[in-house]
Write a protein of this length. Sequence first.
Length: 106
Amino acid sequence: MSWRNTREYRIWRVQVIRRDKVCQICGSNQERNAHHLDSASYFADKRYLPNNGVTLCRQCHTNFHTNFKRSYRTKCTEYDYNNFVCLTNYYKSIFIDKDENKNENI
C-alpha cells in the first residue's frame, strides 16, 4: 500500500490545507493541494509533519513540478520551494506589477 493511501497522509493533508487556507503563491482558494516541502519519498521521517507542508493551488503545484523540478519523482526540498517562490515573486514584479501600473496611468 502506498503511503499516500494511509490515514496519516489524509490527516496531514487536511491539517496543511486548513492551516494555510489559500495557495501560498497566488492566494487562490480553488483546487488546493498539500505540497511536501521536503520530498515525502526521500524524507520519510518528515512525511507527516505539518510544518513540512504548504498549500498550493493546482496550477501553482503543477507549475512547480513541471517548470522547476521537472518531475513529481525528483527529490524536492524546502530550499527548492523557496527558490520557486522567489522566482515567482520576481516574475510577478516584472510582468504583472508593470501591467497593473500601466493600467493605473491610463
